[in-house]
Design a protein around this ligand. Structure first.
Ligand SMILES: O=P(O)(O)O[C@H]1[C@H](OP(=O)(O)O)[C@@H](OP(=O)(O)O)[C@H](O)[C@@H](O)[C@H]1OP(=O)(O)O
Length: 460
């Protein structure tokens, strides 16, 4: 258990808030046309605002019609939120790719005037940044906390926070710990709370992929698991992106690698996500290029974290059981007429915490798998990380007591999503009976044993 004195928190926020006010105001006064045309294709490097554009005009806006009126006879009794950290710096791996591409552009021929803007751009990313949370990421979580408290006021409340009925669990990674502090700080500022933040670091839950031996050995360390990604990166689609980039930079085709095409995408994405700047880098790629680069990242996520291999989703069994055992506990507390001990659980992790769990639950599954050869057919795919997994992406599960009937609603990024394959009963939008949800996932509830699924049997 960790505790951070509230004075530290306030100091953290006071200075970050002052420094961010200008940025925040920029976000408030920036016209929408300042958003790069390709911003909606930034996959897991995308802003949360691209998934919910109404937030650009009012970062604290909520759409209560999505949750409350349909459930007038219902009372919210528990909420679990599994949240990706907020906006972060690039990892060292990508800083290196971005630096190499920037160096090439610096030495390219003069070219058109807009190329000068790129040459005047100063490389400010460093290896040490390595995925740390940025100020925008602090704001992402602070604002998300306030919006969720507006959507679920009887659960995310000052009384529950001060009564210790809101639990915080986080991955050990700095970006996740700082996001947890930011989420709590958003509530602390809202309610003038002086209490220390108690939170638990639990990588067994939030970084389960590191501890699932079968995943580590057969996917994470096994490049052949990403064969479809490698094939697509070597395909004519990616080659065309590289050629167009070379033509715009007036350099030979051989100079522009697929890593450089990816780096140009990331330079545009990070300048926008971190600074809300539509930088000159964004002029190097058109929509056709962005769709190809988006698909390459979706292929990586599909084969490394999604439906590509069964172990990807089975590695999240431990988190699946953690969520449902808590829901079962709350259900039995309600049925026995006793108080609910844990009203809210806030769990902060990574895109690779959320995606395997969404996959295990069957969300965003297409009829055909994503492969290197069906890019064109997958243009309307459901498995699209630009819409699923922006920074601060969040899966929220809310348990309701509707005149004695327990119902469970799922929301992704503040929009209801229906449990796949589960016919929803009339009258209550998107919130089936909890018992029907348990029946639907019976096989997983009775099985999905983390130790068994993750055990690696010696190869013959
Ligand atoms: O391409 P990078 O190095 O950014 O990949 C990161 C992951 O970022 P993502 O692919 O999700 O955009 C990062 O996930 P995050 O949710 O923490 O941002 C992950 O922790 C990191 O290890 C990198 O994943 P990889 O699969 O090892 O490339």
């Amino acid at each position: 258990m960790f505790a951070i004195p509230i004075k530290t928190l306030i100091a953290h926020f006071f200075f970050s808030y002052i420094s961010s006010c200008s940025q925040w105001l920029n976000v408030q006064i920036r016209p929408r046309h300042d958003i790069p045309a390709i911003a909606k294709y930034f996959t897991t490097k995308g802003r949360y605002e691209e998934v919910n554009p109404y937030l650009v005009d009012d970062i604290l806006a909520v759409n209560k019609s999505l949750v409350n009126p349909s459930f007038e006879e219902c009372r919210e009794i528990h909420l679990t939120a599994i949240i990706r950290h907020g906006t972060r710096y690039p990892t060292t791996k990508n800083v290196k790719k971005m630096r190499a591409f920037h160096n090439l552009v610096q030495n390219a021929p003069e070219g058109e005037s807009w190329l000068r803007n790129i040459r005047q751009w100063k490389m400010w990313y460093t290896d040490e940044m390595d995925g740390r949370l940025v100020q925008k990421g602090v704001l992402d979580h602070r604002h998300l906390a306030v919006r969720l408290s507006k959507l679920f006021p009887s659960l995310i409340s000052k009384e529950n926070l001060q009564g210790g009925h809101i639990k915080f669990i986080t991955s050990s990674k700095h970006r996740c710990v700082n996001s947890t502090v930011s989420f709590y700080g958003g509530l602390g500022k809202l309610w003038d709370i002086e209490d220390d933040l108690d939170f638990k670091v639990n990588d067994t839950l939030m970084r389960f992929f590191d501890q699932c031996t079968r995943f580590v050995e057969t996917v994470d360390k096994n490049q052949s698991a990403l064969a479809e990604v490698d094939k697509f990166i070597a395909s004519a689609f990616m080659r065309r992106v590289q050629e167009k980039l070379a033509d715009r930079l007036l350099v030979p085709y051989s100079n522009i690698t697929s890593d450089m095409a990816e780096a140009s995408f990331y330079l545009c994405a990070y300048e926008f996500a971190i600074k809300t700047i539509n930088s000159p880098w964004c002029q190097l790629l058109d929509e056709e290029d962005a769709l190809v680069l988006e698909y390459a990242n979706d292929l990586k996520q599909f084969w490394k974290r999604g439906y590509g291999q069964d172990i990807n989703s089975k590695s999240s069994c431990i988190l699946f059981h953690d969520v449902f055992s808590r829901l079962d506990r709350v259900a039995s507390e309600i049925r026995s007429g006793s108080n609910v001990t844990e009203a809210v659980t806030i769990q902060v992790g990574h895109a690779e915490t959320l995606l395997p769990l969404l996959t295990l639950l069957g969300f965003f599954k297409d009829s055909m798998p994503l492969t290197s050869s069906n890019y064109v057919n997958q243009a309307q795919r459901a498995f699209r990380t630009s819409r699923m997994l922006p920074y601060a992406a969040n899966l929220v599960l809310v348990l309701y007591d509707c005149n004695g009937e327990l119902r469970l609603q799922a929301m992704l990024n503040e929009r209801p999503i229906e449990f796949p394959g589960l016919a929803v009963h009339q009258g209550v939008q998107g919130a089936p009976l909890y018992q029907d949800v348990r029946e639907h996932y019976k096989e997983l509830l009775q099985g999905c044993n983390f130790e068994k699924e993750c055990h690696l049997f010696p190869s013959k």
